[in-house]
Design a protein around this ligand. Structure first.
Ligand code: MRU
Length: 366
């Protein structure tokens, strides 16, 4: 056991708890209401869990995976199931419902597969539905714990790249709200560097249309004592041209073995600009975000409600900023080709160029 990991686990005290498992239900911090209101949503059924993911009460690739994993436990608690065959049918149905919530973040499918495979291995040794449920609850808790451990390691690798006085540019929210742990992926090095006594500040683009940067990243970083400057997405080029950014750190929703990275819409713009201005561009994610099966054309980029673009979210609710019926194209993720990426930081280490070779090497160590 690495003593540095234990030290961070002991000392990092996040101010927010986005996901809490209470034995029979999930209590989720409603991220749609932040930063204006701290409200919680309870999920007691598979449908509740699916709605919470679809409507973005809970969002961010790892947090979606963790929530879905507990959703599989909830599936076995919703009604009385008296035999293992019915339990497996219920789990299969739950997996189906949950997998249709959001298409891009691979952590969702990774967590559902892991939970279903765990169920299959448990039923080879038990015919008790109660034991099956207990085993699955253990597995979901393990997924949650492993995520925090991965983020601490990502934080340690990433913090080595940060110098005292550096400014990090990020995008969206790849912080503790997006992973459920309070630490995050792209934010982990910033928190770890701070714990090491380095003064690191952040530039956060607002991240239209959902404004994860303006509403979540700013809220989270400021609450954790990090100096943060919010910019309009349109200011990205200028802050890099003016050398206000030392390094870019972003999260990921899906990383392909050839090094293509799917992440929040706007990541591609940042990557191209960083490449042009010679600023290192790092992607930070647990290995559960690596998808060894898909290719760049087979990944579905989610498109969401046109009203997300026609409106802005305010403390008073949604406000239209354009014609209410204007035609809209609203893809909420994009894909960054490997040539723009300096390195991918995972809990297993840092894959640098050529990514298609070095990502495979990292996975071999799993
Ligand atoms: O649409 P969202 O808010 O779920 O998108 C989140 C992102 O794109 C994050 O960057 C990604 O999930 C990584 S979270 C550690």
């Amino acid at each position: 056991m690495d003593p540095r990991v234990e030290k961070i686990r002991r000392e990092f005290k996040p101010k927010v708890k986005p996901i809490e498992w209470r034995g029979d239900k999930l209590v989720l911090l409603d991220q749609r209401m932040l930063p204006f209101e701290t409200r919680y949503v309870e999920a007691r059924t598979v449908e509740d869990v699916a709605t919470a993911i679809r409507d973005m009460v809970v969002r961010g690739a790892p947090a979606i995976g963790i929530t879905a994993a507990f959703g599989m436990v909830i599936a076995l608690s919703e009604k009385t199931i008296d035999n293992i065959d019915d339990a497996l049918k219920t789990l299969s149905l739950a997996r189906d419902i949950l997998s249709k919530t959001r298409p891009t973040a691979v952590n969702l499918f990774w967590a559902l597969d892991r939970m279903y495979n765990k169920a299959l291995s448990l039923v080879s040794t038990t015919s008790s539905v109660r034991e099956l449920r207990e085993g699955l609850e253990e597995e979901a808790k393990k997924i949650f714990e492993e995520e925090l451990e991965a983020e601490i390691r990502i934080g340690l690798y990433g913090a080595e790249l940060l110098e005292d006085g550096d400014t990090v540019l990020t995008i969206c929210n790849a912080g503790g709200l997006a992973t459920g742990t309070g630490l995050g992926t792209a934010t982990a090095p910033i928190y770890v560097a701070k714990m090491m006594g380095k003064d690191v500040s952040v530039i956060a683009p607002e991240t239209r249309p959902w404004q994860q940067g303006a509403r979540l990243t700013v809220y989270e970083l400021v609450n954790n004592g990090i100096r943060t400057t919010l910019i309009a997405d349109t200011a990205l080029g200028l802050v890099m041209y003016k050398r206000m950014v030392d390094i870019v750190m972003v999260g990921a929703d899906r990383i392909l073995l050839d090094g293509h990275v799917f992440n929040k819409i706007g990541t591609l713009n940042e990557a191209i600009l960083a490449h042009e201005f010679g600023i290192p561009f790092y992607v930070l994610a647990p290995t559960s975000t690596i998808d060894p099966k898909s290719n760049v054309d087979s990944v579905k980029i989610e498109e969401r409600d046109p009203d997300e673009v026609r409106t802005v979210r305010t403390s008073q609710g949604k406000v239209y900023v354009t014609l209410k019926d204007i035609q809209v194209y609203n893809p909420v993720f994009d894909v960054t080709p490997p040539k723009y990426i300096t390195g991918i930081i995972t809990e297993k280490g840092v894959a640098t160029q050529p990514l298609s070779v070095n990502l495979r090497k990292l996975l071999k160590n799993i």
